[in-house]
Design a protein around this ligand. Structure first.
Ligand SMILES: Nc1nc2c(ncn2[C@@H]2O[C@H](COP(=O)(O)OP(=O)(O)O)[C@@H](O)[C@H]2O)c(=O)[nH]1
Ligand SMILES: [Mg+2]
Length: 226
């Protein structure tokens, strides 16, 4: 069983397309799967769309909260309910191709990794985002002695055992991606990467002043206190 979690904030333009592509690719491979569509505080049609989709499909659930708390909060709410042996996290904005998911799942099924990260290649982003993400990767290497090739990637497949062993996850915001990698790696789980073509949509909700600072503080805290 595969559990897919799709956290969203104001994603009315892409959430349905993203869901349909996830659904198509997993159905076509014959997987037994469930999907969690989650949103908080969206002021567009995202809440209505996810509710409608969940009514339409079996094993598709929606989680909706009125106040925005963050991507990490959303993912954790889905993880609390997920029953799968493998958990897939994918952003709702279609920057990552859902068609890559089976290859990632198969790597885990073949025992080649406990956690598979979609590594973005040829990334077209603003210079500031590029600098920030290189800096983030460098800090991770300095603090944890390991090079996580794409720590902020929004597409991952994770053995559920990994989540059980690193639970409770504390991050409410974008720090959740690094938290999962750092804590999984500290517990000795293996991480592997598959290259993906990333389509930058230019509509990031990352606040380039506040979020990198929060991420840095979290990294220092995990280094000091585990
Ligand atoms: N649940 C939830 N999801 C969020 C929030 N902020 C962003 N997201 C979702 O998290 C994913 C990644 O966010 P995005 O802004 O695209 O970040 P980036 O791609 O890393 O620049 C997307 O699916 C967003 O809709 C939030 O506050 N709550
Ligand atoms: Mg994005």
């Amino acid at each position: 069983m595969i559990s897919v979690t799709i956290p969203a904030y104001n994603e009315e333009k892409t959430i349905e397309k993203c869901f349909r592509r996830v659904y198509e690719v997993l159905s076509s491979k014959g997987y037994n799967f469930e999907v969690f569509l989650e949103q908080e505080g969206s002021c567009d049609k995202t809440p209505l769309i996810i509710e409608r989709i969940a009514r339409e499909y079996e094993s598709v659930y929606f989680l909706s909260f009125s106040e925005r708390r963050g991507k990490g909060f959303g993912i954790k709410k889905c993880l609390e309910k997920a029953k799968g042996d493998i958990i897939v996290l994918i952003d709702a904005d279609l920057e990552y191709p859902p068609e890559k998911i089976p290859e990632m799942i198969e790597k885990i099924e073949r025992g080649e990794a406990d956690l598979v990260v979609a590594q973005r290649i040829d990334v077209k982003r603003s210079l500031l985002r590029k600098i920030l993400s290189s800096f983030h990767r460098l800090i991770l290497r300095v603090l944890f002695g390991k090079d996580f090739l794409d720590p902020q990637s929004g597409l991952k497949a994770i053995k559920s055992e990994v989540i059980e062993k690193i639970w409770p996850i504390e991050s409410e915001g974008f720090e959740i991606d690094a938290e999962i990698l750092v804590k999984a790696s500290k517990k000795g789980f293996s991480i592997s990467y598959v290259p993906v073509k990333y389509v930058y949509r230019g509509s990031s909700r990352v606040n380039v002043l506040r979020d990198p600072f929060k991420m840095l503080l979290s990294l220092v805290k995990w280094r000091l206190y585990g």
